[in-house]
Design a protein around this ligand. Structure first.
Ligand code: B12
Length: 214
């Protein structure tokens, strides 16, 4: 089996809710010497993206989606210890969370894993995070970057509220703000004055490194 085929099989195993097979294939990827981050991006995340689409098409319902995400997490558990942690002398400090009112955290967790793998220090506030907490924690941890995730249109305005709070306290310049999640777009990011928007976890790391010239 070549790499491309293996990634396809991992993505299929997630979609087919095959926890054991997902684990087995992730182990195989390590034996083949494939970098863990590549298997996460090209196998596990691809699979979960397809699951999201199947849900939208009403082929899958929530119980199926949750079993798929269990399979993805089993795979992540195998791969995470093998992620090459980037070694950075003064790692960026990142505060990340899902905005108030929203409990979808699968995507946020993936962004966190990829950020940690890049060598950044990540403070995870979890999901359904009170908006004020983003500001408080960023100040307390002396963070460089605030990352916010949301999957629902109804909770998107919370991202703007956080930026407004930073402005009110005259500390907006201290932090970069990065946003992401299903309904979020570059246009929305521009409208609310966020600094960085990306569509996926891997791109998120690339853009952060670009912005900080790393
Ligand atoms: C899984 C899921 C759930 C699970 C969540 C489990 C969990 N722990 O996260 C459960 C079953 C709990 C759930 C509940 C609900 N859900 Co739901 N759910 C989904 C589903 C099917 C998949 C989301 C997902 O995990 N995708 C896979 C991940 C990997 O993708 P992702 O999150 O987009 O993340 C990637 C990128 O967006 C990006 N990214 C994400 N965050 C960030 C952050 C930053 C900073 C950056 C840079 C990038 C980034 O990187 C990630 C990896 O590449 C979506 C449909 C869909 N297609 O998205 C609906 C969906 C999000 N849910 C929806 C709804 C309505 C609900 C409920 C309100 C349902 C209900 N009536 O009870 C509740 C929410 C309750 C609440 N208050 O939060 C709607 C939202 C509609 C809207 N537009 O607002 C959706 C779109 C389904 C739909 N079409 O109706 N849900």
């Amino acid at each position: 089996m070549d790499k491309k085929e293996l990634f396809q099989n991992i993505s299929d195993a997630v979609v087919d809710m095959e926890e054991d097979l997902t684990k087995e294939l992730c182990e195989q990827s390590l034996q083949m010497g494939i970098p863990a981050y590549e298997t996460i991006n090209c196998g596990l995340i691809k699979g979960m993206d397809r699951v999201g689409k199947l849900y939208e098409e009403e082929e899958y319902f929530l119980p199926e989606v949750l079993i798929c995400s269990d399979a993805m997490n089993e795979g992540l558990d195998i791969l995470k210890p093998h992620l090459d942690r980037g070694i950075i002398e003064n790692p960026l400090k990142i505060v990340i969370g899902v905005v108030e009112g929203d409990t979808h955290d699968i995507g946020k967790n993936l962004v966190k894993v990829m950020m940690e793998a890049a060598g950044f220090t990540v403070y995870d506030l979890g999901r359904d995070v009170p908006l004020e907490k983003f500001v408080e924690e960023a100040e307390e941890k002396d963070a460089n970057l605030i990352c916010m995730s949301t999957l629902m249109t109804t909770t998107m305005p919370g991202m703007k509220t956080v930026i407004d709070k930073l402005n009110e306290k005259n500390i907006r310049e201290k932090f970069k703000v990065m946003i992401g999640g299903g309904p979020v777009s570059q246009k929305f990011a521009n409208d609310i004055g966020a600094d960085i928007y990306t569509t996926d976890a891997n791109e998120a790391v690339r853009r952060v490194k670009e912005v900080y010239s790393m």
